[in-house]
Design a protein around this ligand. Structure first.
Ligand SMILES: [Zn+2]
Length: 405
């Protein structure tokens, strides 16, 4: 490909903006549409994959034309969010749903959940096209960026304005009509705004601050997806937790399981059903954090602060005996979470491998350890050609993401 000269006009991409949206804004500078810009200027006619997996040759040309770094351009499509948001864009990976959705537990204990299996599945990618945007963002002519996350059933509100995302018809950049014309932006309630702030933090920083501690973005998305599936579990499978599930749905004001009687994965539900499910997830998180609901899943503890002791009203009082800390239990939990994270985060996988290989020098022993990691679902390619150094060489890689230790 011949080297492409720099475009004289090219607005900078906004944080979280979809590649198609940015290219629309660039094309508008030249009174063109995206098709004309890419076809005439770069000889690229494939527009379907812009926000999913644009080709490296296109990204390289865009990088030369705009000066925007290749990695930044890549993060404007879903391919740039693998493996944090989803494990793979390939929908034929075996056991993808089980690995993503059934390895954590929030409301329900693991043993009561029926593990589901389907042949073709990708986390968060909806079967129906979603056209939703923040009315305040798009009504501001200087800020008409459409975010990539708005195309997924992952958030209900705008992280910047705190109002509900609204549905629209047409194409942004050309013709856009809100489904509810002339409606004022609706402020999202605290539960939704809080959940969406965390999702936005995960997408933009790679981690989320939860009441117990900071977690990796990959774990946050899997916790959320787990919660959505738990809230869609038939009550007959929930045992003693059925009252909790019912309570969440009553509190958020929607019919139980958003009116679903048959189980289907979240991604193929109708958008209106997905919004109710997300609202129920936000309600469940608020109920867990306010201790109005007792969750039975192992990872629910992440939504709760450490138990407080030592409150005083100034009078001599019986000091409650602090609960003994079970360090072994905590260590086991931390290792379980690290294994979950290592399945999609190569840095955590290598760090865990470094720790687990303490005292093992001989190749055979390291090979056995590799086999154990593979059995735990950690991709062997995360460890291939990796020889742990001692002591704790992997800790140099720690950029705050591998916080389970
Ligand atoms: Zn907005």
């Amino acid at each position: 490909m011949k080297s492409a000269p720099r475009w004289p006009l090219h607005p900078a991409p906004k944080e979280g903006e979809a590649l198609s949206s940015w290219l629309n804004r660039v094309a508008a500078c030249y009174q063109m549409d995206v098709h004309e810009l890419l076809a005439h200027d770069l000889g690229h006619s494939q527009l379907d994959d812009l926000d999913t997996a644009p080709s490296l040759s296109l990204l390289t040309a865009l990088c030369q034309r705009s000066g925007v770094e290749l990695e930044r351009l890549r993060s404007m499509s879903l391919a740039g969010w693998v493996p944090w948001l989803l494990d793979s864009l390939d929908d034929s990976v075996p056991a993808a749903l089980e690995t993503y959705t059934f390895q954590c537990a929030v409301l329900l204990p693991k043993r009561t959940r029926k593990v589901r299996s389907i042949t073709r599945w990708r986390a968060w990618l909806p079967s129906q096209t979603i056209r939703r945007a923040c009315p305040q963002c798009l009504n501001d002519p200087t800020n008409q960026a459409v975010l990539l996350v708005w195309q997924l059933p992952l958030m209900l509100s705008c992280p910047q304005h705190g109002c509900w995302l609204e549905s629209y018809w047409g194409m942004h950049g050309r013709y856009l009509q809100w489904e509810i014309a002339d409606a004022a932006p609706r402020p999202a309630d605290d539960a939704i705004a809080c959940m969406d702030r965390r999702t936005w933090q995960a997408l933009t920083t790679g981690f989320v601050e939860l009441p117990r501690r900071r977690v990796h973005a990959g774990l946050w998305f899997r916790l959320l997806r787990t919660l959505l599936d738990e809230l869609n579990t038939p009550l007959s499978h929930c045992g003693s937790c059925s009252a909790s599930i019912r309570h969440v749905w009553e509190r958020c004001g929607h019919p139980l399981r958003a009116g679903q009687s048959l189980w289907r994965p979240y991604e193929i539900l109708a958008p209106a059903v997905q919004w109710q499910m997300l609202e129920a997830a936000a309600t469940a998180i608020t109920l867990i954090e306010s201790k109005a609901l007792i969750p039975r899943g192992e990872q629910a503890a992440l939504f709760q602060t450490e138990p407080h002791t030592g409150f005083t009203n100034g009078l001599p009082a019986k000091v409650p005996k602090p609960e003994p800390i079970n360090h072994w239990q905590r260590a086991a939990q931390a290792i379980d979470e690290a294994i979950i994270e290592a399945r999609h985060n190569p840095e955590t996988a290598r760090l865990l491998f470094t720790l687990a290989s303490y005292g093992r020098r001989d190749p055979e022993s390291l090979e056995r350890l590799r086999a154990t990691f593979t059995k735990e679902g950690i991709p062997p390619e995360f460890l291939s050609h990796y020889e742990p150094e001692w002591p704790f060489a992997g800790l140099r890689l720690n950029d705050g993401l591998s916080d389970s230790f």
